[in-house]
Write a new protein. Structure first.
Length: 761
């Protein structure tokens, strides 16, 4: 089926029609007509697809509908469009999409952008290219097969005649949009940008010169600035406060109480007292003068030290059955100390800690009776649609009445897909009847996060005479992300337990996996790599222990442990396996690809070479977000316990690598973030309050902590594109800790390293 091509700006037109106009618009998926024919369209951009428009001067505008926070996705997806339509990148403009469900999901989260939208972007580019080729054919009176787009023009193969894209706009308007099934894509051999490293990151010049607009830079006419004093304990509320001193301070415009949420936290504002002032600094100073007495609520007894012990104890007891193959319990009943090995692992709460804390500005409009009619937002958000879905109900309007502009993000890591801070800005704007810019301080950010969960893992194996497991038991116990949406939730969601725990690829005849329940006492949220962080720490550390116990090389042991190359059979699962929301038939767990990255990492690192005492290599390999990653980390541990990381080798198989330069950068960034989490990452609570307030207490890796050299190797693959942004993190910590054991003989089973004495000799 073919449909008419759009003749006016869909982005500027949809939602209203001026008198006397008749607009032609393909529906936003580009497959069905929802309106017909147009008049007086000369000079307007030609939009053959939702994501593409072509101006009569030849400028190609491509909509980028995902959020840019350093991954390069604002460049990568438009690059696919430009490549497929044969556009010259120097003549391409990018337009950041507003929040709108018609673009599909805009949640830049879960390493899904490329794998979910690669084909959609190709379709957009191919649609535009084929229409331009058909327009040229019509102009020259030849068959379209004789016309070929090439670098922003269409050539006639026989005569060598050319027409620029802009010259073809008016003719292309009257053509029918080709149906999806008729699209012809470029062969890989003709790709100009896909899989190459020729395209710089969009906005890079503005970013490095300070001209780029991030959420913290966003401005609206007449805005005031706000900070909020929030309950220090989850579920707390204001008992009383004295605002007299704060009101008298320079620049203070108003002091507003924000009602606490009722029910589950979800993405609601947690409540508190907001100071609105002429500057953020004035608001911060005034907030310090509020004399607030808090009712701390039900979580005031939460102490992470005690809770960690509870989790560890629970992990050693029975839990919800997740996977059951053979008779692991029967084998363990017959085991003895000689052939039994157990280990318990622990990972603390972590904070997202993006360098740019949460921030947003909102402008709420009301009618004469004070009823809210609309809201406009500029926000550093990973998910503008979640902003609409949260702000709309908070204001009593429809999500579609909330217009969300997405700024650049100074990092996100999953924090900025949770728009509680956007809700705060909207609620305050409604009360003040003017734009309000909410900024979270670093203290706000660290003490009121959606924390990466605290987790305890118990691992147990009985082994044969060669040290290979005959039975395997593992349990993971942690408060679930689901508790943020349902406070009664106690067991991990299928999506969490399926992140590198229920799907271990080890070829063990008797296997049992369980998940004991745990209660949440803080807001739990997803952080880069999510459950893979703590589950991979256990799953990738325990085989190293078993290998050393058997006196075997850890990589050789691992390769034997994963068994034959195959697509993993998960028939023993007792719960659904989400596979990162993709069908296993399309993205199977290919053990051969895991083997390949492991062997390649060993080769690059020259694994097995002799190293002096205090120097060690550690290995870990893992599948996450449908990609395969292996790390070898080299450490040097001085006798006083000081740790250095001379070199890191990272091998990733992410299928077809669309933007290799950004893949490499993501792996390098993951090594730095992994260094931070492994060495220092720990959020603790005492009497319900988070104890860390700034980077002096929640330390980031500094230059002397970070790896001195990071080698990234991207497997050349023709498989479907899979995840990248989160894939490099899960294997770093276990590889580094395994290296420390190789260097010192000290086994690390709990993070961070700052809690351990690593001195030796």
């Amino acid at each position: 089926m073919s449909t008419p091509a759009n003749s006016v700006s869909r982005r500027g037109f949809l939602g209203s029609v001026s008198a006397g106009s008749l607009v032609l618009a393909a529906n936003l998926s580009g497959t069905e007509a929802i309106a017909a024919a147009a008049s007086d369209s000369e000079g307007l951009p030609f939009e053959p697809d939702l994501f593409v428009s072509i101006a009569t001067d030849g400028t190609v505008t491509i909509v980028t509908h995902r959020s840019e926070m350093g991954t390069g996705i604002r460049t990568a997806l438009p690059m696919v469009v430009a490549d497929e339509m044969e556009a010259d990148w120097d003549r391409v403009k990018l337009e950041q999409a507003l929040g709108d469900t018609r673009y599909g999901s805009q949640n830049t989260d879960g390493s899904r952008s490329i794998r979910r939208f690669f084909n959609r972007m190709r379709q957009a580019g191919a649609t535009a290219r084929m229409l331009l080729e058909q327009a040229a054919a019509k102009t020259w009176g030849v068959d379209a097969s004789e016309c070929k787009a090439n670098n922003h023009k269409v050539e006639h193969v026989g005569s060598g005649k050319t027409l620029g894209f802009g010259e073809l706009v008016e003719t292309a308007r009257g053509l029918k949009v080709p149906g999806k099934s008729t699209l012809k894509f470029k062969p890989v051999s003709e790709h100009r940008y896909i899989g190459k490293t020729k395209v710089p990151i969009a906005d890079i010049d503005d970013i490095i010169t300070g001209k780029a607009t991030f959420g913290i830079d966003a401005r609206m006419t007449g805005q005031v600035f706000a900070v909020v004093a929030r309950p220090p304990v989850l579920g707390g509320k204001v008992k009383s406060y004295n605002a007299d001193k704060a009101k008298a301070m320079p620049g203070v415009v108003d002091i507003v109480e924000i009602e606490p949420y009722r029910g589950a936290p979800v993405f609601n504002a947690v409540g508190g007292i907001a100071i609105c002032a002429e500057s953020t600094w004035q608001a911060i100073q005034a907030r310090d003068e509020l004399e607030i007495e808090w009712d701390h609520g039900n979580h005031a007894a939460y102490n992470t030290d005690e809770f960690a012990k509870e989790l560890a104890e629970a992990a050693c007891g029975e839990g919800k059955l997740i996977r059951d193959e053979g008779d692991a319990n029967g084998m363990f009943a017959k085991a003895n100390e000689k052939n039994l090995h157990e280990a318990d692992y622990f990972v603390p709460h972590l904070a997202h800690a993006p360098m740019e804390p949460p921030c947003a500005v909102a402008d709420v409009k009301t009618d004469a009776g004070g009823k809210v009619t609309s809201c406009e937002i500029h926000a550093a958000t990973q998910n503008p649609q979640a902003c609409q879905q949260s702000v709309g109900p908070a204001l009593g309007i429809q999500p579609g009445d909330v217009k969300v502009h997405v700024t650049l993000l100074g990092a996100g890591f999953g924090r900025k897909s949770k728009p509680d801070y956007v809700v705060e800005a909207a609620v305050l704007s409604r009360k003040l009847r003017k734009p309000v810019h909410v900024t979270w301080t670093r203290e706000d950010d660290l003490q009121h996060d959606y924390y990466h969960t605290i987790a305890a893992m118990h691992m147990q194996a009985s082994v044969d005479d060669k040290g290979m497991p005959t039975a395997w038991l593992q349990r993971a116990c942690y408060p679930t992300i689901s508790s943020t949406f349902n406070p009664a939730a106690r067991n991990a969601g299928d999506f969490e337990i399926g992140m590198g725990f229920s799907d271990i690829p080890y070829a063990v005849p008797n296997l049992r996996i369980e998940n004991p329940p745990a209660k949440a006492h803080v807001r739990i949220g997803w952080l880069r790599s999510v459950a893979h962080i703590y589950q991979a720490f256990a799953v990738c550390s325990f085989p190293d222990e078993l290998a050393h116990r058997a006196g075997r090389d850890p990589i050789e042991y691992f390769l034997e442990l994963i068994g034959d190359d195959r697509n993993l059979d998960l028939s023993g699962l007792k719960v659904p396996y989400p596979n990162h929301s993709e069908p296993l038939e399309k993205f199977p767990f290919d053990v051969g690809r895991l083997r390949n990255v492991s062997k390649r990492a060993a080769e690059l690192a020259k694994w097995g070479r002799d190293l002096p005492k205090g120097r060690g290599l550690g290995f870990a390999a893992h599948r996450s977000f449908l990609s395969y990653c292996a790390h070898v980390v080299e450490v040097g541990v001085a006798k006083d316990g000081t740790v250095a990381i001379p070199k890191v080798w990272c091998v990733i198989d992410c299928g077809t690598a669309i933007y290799p330069d950004r893949v490499k950068s993501q792996m390098e960034g993951a090594a730095i973030m992994g260094t931070t989490q492994t060495r220092y990452g720990e959020i603790t609570a005492k009497n319900g309050r988070i104890q860390q307030a700034n980077f002096d207490e929640y330390q980031m890796a500094r230059m002397n902590d970070a790896p001195k050299e990071i080698v990234v190797d991207i497997i050349d693959s023709k498989e479907l594109p899979s995840g990248v942004g989160e894939v490099g993190l899960p294997t770093f910590a276990p590889a580094m800790c395994n290296a420390i054991f190789a260097a010192t003989g000290k086994r690390i089973r709990s993070l961070p390293l700052s809690n351990h004495d690593l001195s030796w000799g």
